[in-house]
Ligand binder design. Structure first.
Ligand code: FES
Length: 115
């Protein structure tokens, strides 16, 4: 199980979820309302900011540099193509993610993305 804290979505909540769960699904199960539309990584409405509080995230929370999540985040102006290249070259875990695409592997605190 993995500890996830939701903060700033109305009521703060801390839950334990199964390793490998999709973040958006975990939020719904916990009664946390993260805006979402497509639930498929394309609309960008579920963008959140994540603080990794465990010690495994840098290796396992990398974005797929060719994937639609990164394309959507670049389209929304969250990241640039240079950021995408930097993610590919390092183990740094990106702090802004799409909740519908983020697979939870380690402890984290999730907040609304303020831009
Ligand atoms: S709900 Fe559309 S990108 Fe996540």
């Amino acid at each position: 199980m993995v500890k996830v804290k939701f903060s700033g979505f109305g009521t703060d909540k801390e839950v334990e979820i199964a390793n490998g769960e999709i973040l958006l699904r975990a939020a719904k199960d916990a009664g946390v309302k993260i805006p979402c539309d497509c639930q498929d990584g394309e609309c960008g409405s579920c963008v959140v900011e994540i603080a990794y509080t465990g010690n495994k995230a840098p290796e396992c929370e990398r974005l797929d540099s060719q994937g639609k999540e990164l394309t959507t985040l670049i389209g929304r102006g969250v990241y640039t193509k240079a950021d995408a290249e930097a993610f590919e070259m390092s183990d740094k875990a990106p702090s802004v993610r799409l909740a519908c695409q983020c697979i939870v592997r380690d402890e984290m605190t999730v907040k609304p993305y303020k831009g």
